[in-house]
Design a protein around this ligand. Structure first.
Ligand SMILES: CC(C)(COP(=O)(O)OP(=O)(O)OC[C@H]1O[C@@H](n2cnc3c(N)ncnc32)[C@H](O)[C@@H]1OP(=O)(O)O)[C@@H](O)C(=O)NCCC(=O)NCCS
Length: 180
């Protein structure tokens, strides 16, 4: 498998001790505010990592969650994920989360590109999509800058505790991607 890396970061499989890195970002309100979950307790971050490790053992594997690591100090600063949503339709979905200390440096855009590349090249997908909250401007910019196309706005597809929420939908297709 091609190494999942850029000049300053690499992606690797999760290990159990990553719960600390997860807790450093997932415990913050600014990180969870567009998500379906609340700021994490230590237990919740440990549980998240346990689930990621368990899901990585499923056969066939559908969930690929990678830890984002800074090359210069080996610090775990976020996660990037791709999940196969349909084997028949060769479709996957990506997502990413970064520790706020590293926001607005282009790192999430690099991660999105690597994970999309992985989905097309290693998982042989045809279509990769991503959704985000309409007011999550940072995430929309990441999806645009990573080369995905805006497809539209899904109406009230998510039920949160505050009520129904719309989502913005982006996608990339394998044959468009290979010509990038
Ligand atoms: C969304 C998120 C991943 C963006 O990460 P990031 O590394 O800061 O993104 P990038 O640096 O690659 O940003 C890409 C562009 O978006 C802009 N941007 C990033 N965050 C922004 C924000 N909150 N508001 C406006 N623009 C923002 C960047 O400035 C950059 O634009 P530019 O190249 O024109 O300057 C990060 O804020 C995050 O982890 N948020 C919490 C989790 C989350 O929402 N994940 C996405 C779920 S759909």
């Amino acid at each position: 498998m091609k190494r999942l890396e850029t000049e300053r970061i690499y992606l690797r499989e999760f290990i159990e001790s990553d719960w600390e890195g997860v807790y450093r970002y997932a415990s913050q309100e600014q990180v969870s505010k567009h998500q379906t979950w609340e700021p994490n307790s230590v237990e919740e971050s440990k549980e998240f990592v346990k689930q990621v490790l368990a899901d990585s053992q499923n056969m066939p594997r559908t969930r690929f969650t990678f830890a984002i690591v800074l090359k210069k100090d080996k610090r775990m600063i976020g996660s990037g994920e791709i999940s196969i949503r349909s084997f028949n339709n060769k479709t996957g979905e990506i997502s990413y989360i970064l520790n706020p200390d590293y926001w607005k440096k282009g790192i999430a855009t690099e991660v999105a590109k690597i994970v999309i590349e992985f989905g097309f090249r290693e998982l042989n997908l045809h279509r990769i999509f991503a959704t985000c909250a309409p007011n999550n401007i940072g995430s929309q910019k990441v999806l645009e800058k990573s080369g995905m196309f805006f497809e539209g706005r899904m109406r009230e597809n998510l039920l949160l505790k505050e009520g129904w929420r719309d989502s913005i939908l982006y996608s990339a297709l394998a044959y468009e991607w290979s010509s990038k």
